[in-house]
Design a protein around this ligand. Structure first.
Ligand code: ADP
Ligand code: MG
Ligand code: ZN
Length: 195
């Protein structure tokens, strides 16, 4: 029995951590997961098979902070893997998922789980990722991180792609992306998005 009414009713909710690349989304997700683990909560962590940058069984931030995670192919794989006594479900790179992830997060929160997702709010053309945008609208708690502009040092909220790729999702790190501020970001001249 607890005096905290939220805990007593096993109230769930959604937290979104968004921002451009290098803004510390993964670091913040890992920090929240670690705090929950210190509080002896049962946590399940997921990432997308698309994100192969750092291996498949863990989430690693750009500064090499690392926690174990289950790699899934799509949103439908998540619910069957959720254990009954899990209190916290964390998902990194939520923008890599299909749109079913929005309903999955909603269901988990309705089941009483604390759902923490991290992901890009916009793509390399500065257009919203639909999945992140929907989750931002549905979330109880929203955090927008900023990085440091690699050109001028101002706060950066844009992801500049430095390669010539036009596909919306191209997995990469400092080899092909830079954090840029509004002034230094150059919108690429591309016609319709190639998937
Ligand atoms: P995200 O998940 O948002 O892409 P991470 O949490 O993986 O970001 O990494 C954030 C870390 O990236 C920072 O703590 C810093 O060490 C590093 N970093 C590299 N380039 C930048 C930049 N331009 N601005 C801020 N941090 C950067
Ligand atoms: Mg990340
Ligand atoms: Zn700048």
């Amino acid at each position: 029995m607890t005096n905290n009414p939220l805990m007593y009713h096993k109230q769930g909710w959604i937290e979104v951590i968004c921002g451009c690349m290098f803004s510390g989304k993964t670091e913040e997700l890992i920090r929240r997961v670690r705090t929950a683990l210190i509080a002896k909560q049962k946590v399940q962590l997921f990432n997308s098979k698309i994100d192969t940058r750092y291996g498949i069984d863990s989430i690693i931030s750009h500064n090499q902070n690392k926690v174990a995670a289950t790699c899934v192919k799509n949103s439908a794989e998540i619910l069957p893997l959720i254990q009954k006594d899990t209190q916290v479900v964390a998902i990194d790179e939520v923008n890599f998922f299909d749109k079913g992830i929005v309903e999955v997060c909603d269901k988990l929160a309705n089941m009483g789980k604390r759902v923490i997702v991290a992901g890009l709010d916009t793509d390399y053309r500065a257009e919203p990722f639909e999945v992140t945008a929907a989750l931002l609208a549905k979330a109880e708690y929203v955090t927008k991180n900023l990085a440091v502009c690699t050109k001028c040092g101002n706060p950066a909220s844009f992801t500049q792609r430095t390669s010539k790729d036009t596909k919306r999702i191209v997995v990469g790190t400092t080899d092909s992306y830079q954090a840029r501020c509004r002034r230094c970001y150059k919108k690429p001249k591309v016609k319709p998005l190639s998937k």
